[in-house]
Design a protein around this ligand. Structure first.
Ligand code: 13P
Length: 258
């Protein structure tokens, strides 16, 4: 039995109306009905979460939100959505600290840590994202930057919370560019993240941690990532937007990890 069940999540970003999202799920589910050894998730926009969760009921498809408030369960925070509210509509987890949130909305390491806290407190799974920019990689600081982001996430957790989180390594320069990291770059970073997790917790916690790769993942390159020893799945943007393509991507990930 695999120590870490592979996890593939489609991050739809700001795409799909409620009707489009439900039609996607209807088309997608039969195509992955035979997939049993990969956990599959999709992350629609807030407005589609409830309908998508209803459409996915009875299946193993996980529904995740793309963001969550730092505060909760209620309060005077105009425009925010609390983790408990996400759970109420059927969410299983939350993508936290995506680089687009960090870049365009000023999310700091401290904000990301607060969102991980709120997500855990609402009994949801945080998928916490880390990743360096192109400038940082070219300056030779990729490992340092990503390790700093990771320690900000791990620092406030208790040892019993460590198994309740998934990490995603998404180099900013690989997102939406068609320039995926090479398997060597991904493996080196994932190994470093796992080693850092061991320093923060212990060896069993590091061995159990699932670390997803994200950034220009496609049906053509998914197997090259999921066959790496420290890559436990993927966070997929553009290639998750069509149900047929995403179903094929999930199937190819499974072949590689079998
Ligand atoms: P792309 O797969 O479109 O590069 O996006 C990756 C991503 O940001 C997933 O969260």
């Amino acid at each position: 039995m695999a120590l870490r069940t592979p996890l593939i999540i489609g991050n739809w970003k700001m795409h799909k109306t409620v009707a489009e999202a439900v039609a996607y799920v209807t088309a997608f589910l039969p195509q992955v009905a035979q997939v049993t050894d990969v956990e599959i998730g999709i992350a629609p926009v807030f407005t589609a979460l409830s309908s998508v969760a209803t459409a996915a009921k009875g299946s193993t498809l996980r529904v995740l939100a793309q963001d969550v408030a730092t505060e909760g369960p209620t309060g005077a925070f105009t425009g925010e959505v609390a983790a408990e509210m996400l759970r109420e509509v059927g969410c299983y987890g939350v993508i936290v600290g995506h680089s687009e949130r960090r870049r365009y909305y000023g999310e700091t390491d401290a904000i990301v840590a607060a969102k991980v806290r709120r997500t855990l407190d609402a009994q949801l799974l945080p998928v916490a994202c880390v990743g360096e920019t192109l400038d940082e990689r070219e300056a030779g600081t990729a490992l340092t930057v990503v390790e700093r982001q990771l320690r900000a996430i791990a620092g406030p957790l208790t040892p019993d919370e460590a198994p309740r989180i998934v990490l995603a390594y998404e180099p900013v320069w690989a997102i939406g560019t068609g320039r995926a990291a090479t398997p060597e770059v991904a493996q080196a970073m994932h190994r470093h993240l796992r080693a850092t997790w061991e320093e923060c917790f212990d060896a069993p916690a590091a061995a159990a941690l699932r670390i997803l790769y994200g950034g220009s993942v496609t049906t053509d390159n998914i197997a090259a990532f999921t066959s790496l020893p420290d890559v436990d799945g993927a966070l997929v943007g553009g290639a998750s937007l069509a149900p047929d393509g995403f179903a094929q991507l999930v199937q190819r990930s499974q072949v590689a990890s079998a």
